[in-house]
Write a protein that binds this ligand. Structure first.
Ligand SMILES: [Zn+2]
Length: 86
């Protein structure tokens, strides 16, 4: 069984980017079904990535402060998760 720490630190990014082999993807999906903390983490990270992608595509009016906010949100979530999984 995948650990929360492994999921959030190693796999969450690749999972969202769809860059994992099917077996790993299924292990993560299974974990997400049972773990609401990781589910929340992946959801937030997905949103964060979407915002960053949108900002990158909107070169005319880049809002870097949003990227910083998103980054710190992801870090905060990760810290909270690490505390819970101890
Ligand atoms: Zn978890």
């Amino acid at each position: 069984m995948l650990k929360c720490k492994e999921l959030t630190e190693k796999y969450a990014n690749d999972y969202i980017d769809q860059e994992l082999p099917l077996s790993k993807k299924m292990a993560i999906q299974f974990h997400l079904l049972m773990c609401k903390h990781c589910k929340q983490f992946v959801k937030q990270l997905t949103l964060a990535k979407q915002i960053i992608t949108q900002r990158t595509n909107q070169q005319a009016n880049p809002l870097q402060t949003d990227e910083v906010k998103v980054k710190s949100t992801a870090e905060r979530l990760q810290k909270a998760l690490n505390k819970q999984s101890k």
